[in-house]
Design a protein around this ligand. Structure first.
Ligand code: SAM
Length: 233
């Protein structure tokens, strides 16, 4: 995911440009802090108090030069228009959030409005075209059959959430003047790994295989997650 994002940033902005990044639903701030460490100016929005506390703690452990480049805002990602001026970011991330939002289009439209012309919108969503893969590979045949005709699913936390289909989000992005520029699969081979699976010794090879599959048809279309990159016209 990080490598895909860096590839898109490198292809779009001059090397060394300090970018204004908005990370909506930043969680504990993994990408936000990584991008701040790379020199960018990052604003993180997160609605969950526990998550934002974790992000604050992680930020506090960073050197001052990085801390001063990060701003954390507790709030709902659907309200970006309340907190920020339209067109005031070069990159907007919304990773792992659309699953929890009943109506994705207004959120995505609001995020696109935050982008300056030529800015990059990076969405990470559950792949609604391949929902049968997880139950199917687990031998849950009834679950696999049921997953073909829906975008609703129960996640590993036991929450009833929703997935997004590539065609629907492609149409949404076109309709809000941030057309799809590139897309990748994420977690093609590793989706069935247990949450507490140990990091394998051959992690680099695993990542190389995932990265290759994530940019290659037909593998990327069967990934658990889709990484969509739109560009503001
Ligand atoms: C699965 S985590 C992903 C965190 C991070 N973006 C990442 O990729 O690792 C989803 C996060 O989105 C937050 N979230 C969900 N809906 C939100 C909303 N409407 N506004 C702001 N944050 C939201 C959740 O609290 C959670 O921290």
């Amino acid at each position: 995911m990080a490598r895909q994002l860096d590839e898109q940033i490198a292809g779009r902005f001059p090397v060394g440009q300090r970018l204004r990044v908005l990370d909506v639903g930043m969680g504990q701030g993994t990408q936000a802090l990584r991008l701040a460490r790379l020199g960018h100016q990052v604003t993180g929005v997160e609605q969950d108090a526990t998550m934002i506390a974790a992000a604050r703690e992680a930020l506090a452990a960073q050197p001052e030069g990085i801390r001063e480049r990060v701003r954390l805002v507790q709030g709902d990602g659907r309200d970006t228009g309340v907190h920020f001026l339209p067109g005031s970011f070069d990159v907007v991330l919304c990773h792992g959030v659309l699953m929890y939002v009943e109506e994705p289009d207004p959120l995505v439209a609001g995020l696109a409005r935050m982008l300056a012309p030529g800015g990059l919108l990076s969405l990470l969503v559950r792949n609604g075209d391949a929902l049968a893969m997880r139950p199917g590979l687990a031998g849950d045949w009834a679950g696999a059959l049921a997953a073909f005709d829906t975008t609703a699913y129960r996640n590993r936390l036991g929450l009833d959430v929703r997935a997004d289909r590539l065609s629907a989000l492609t149409a949404t992005l076109a309709g809000i003047a941030a057309p799809l520029h590139a897309w990748y699969g994420v977690r093609v081979f590793t989706d069935t790994a247990a949450d507490d699976a140990p990091i394998p010794d051959d992690l680099e090879t695993l990542l190389a295989a995932e990265e290759r599959a994530g940019r290659t048809d037909p593998y990327r279309g069967m990934a658990a997650l889709l990484h969509l990159c739109g560009v503001r016209g």
